[in-house]
Design a protein around this ligand. Structure first.
Ligand code: 5GP
Ligand code: ZN
Length: 136
């Protein structure tokens, strides 16, 4: 399979490995958005969150706090973002991955949480909940 992360897992492409167990690999993102920017991937190829079963998800996500705490101890960031892109517009590698991005005073990584609190009325929120529940 022509997947860059599968090749990293197989050792065909080198990487800066941070942590590995039978289910996951964590390695430095080649483009360090901030110091310590790390990717966690399942060893099993799944494209994105929509393709993951609960068992694999639990194995991948359970590693997040451990690696996050190591980044915190290692680099003393002011905070840390956990980011996972699925399909458009941001996913560029079609092998599921979680970004751990330590945050530092004055860094240039941007996440915009604009205030949309006044956009919806109660019936709009209820309609959104109904739609989600119908599809669970
Ligand atoms: P996405 O945009 O899909 O959420 O993130 C993919 C990430 O994979 C990008 O941040 C990119 O820098 C990283 N990446 C792409 N190719 C390689 C590679 O060959 N090695 C490593 N270590 N990271 C890569
Ligand atoms: Zn893959």
């Amino acid at each position: 399979m022509n997947c860059i992360f599968c090749k990293i897992i197989d050792g065909q492409i080198p990487s800066y490995k941070v942590y590995e167990d039978e289910n996951i690999l964590a390695f430095l993102d080649i483009s360090q958005l901030t110091r310590g920017h790390t990717l966690i991937v399942p060893k099993k190829h799944v494209k994105n969150i929509f393709d993951m079963d609960q068992n694999l998800a639990s194995k991948v996500f359970e590693s997040v706090p451990t690696i996050a705490r190591a980044l915190k101890k290692a680099f003393k960031p002011i905070g840390l973002n956990v980011v996972n892109n699925n399909q458009a517009p941001h996913q560029t590698v079609d092998h599921f991955h979680i970004h751990l991005i330590p945050r530092y005073e004055g860094d240039d990584f941007k996440m915009v949480f604009a205030n949309h609190q006044d956009d919806l009325k109660e019936e709009d929120y209820l309609e959104v909940v109904k739609k989600i529940k119908e599809n669970l």
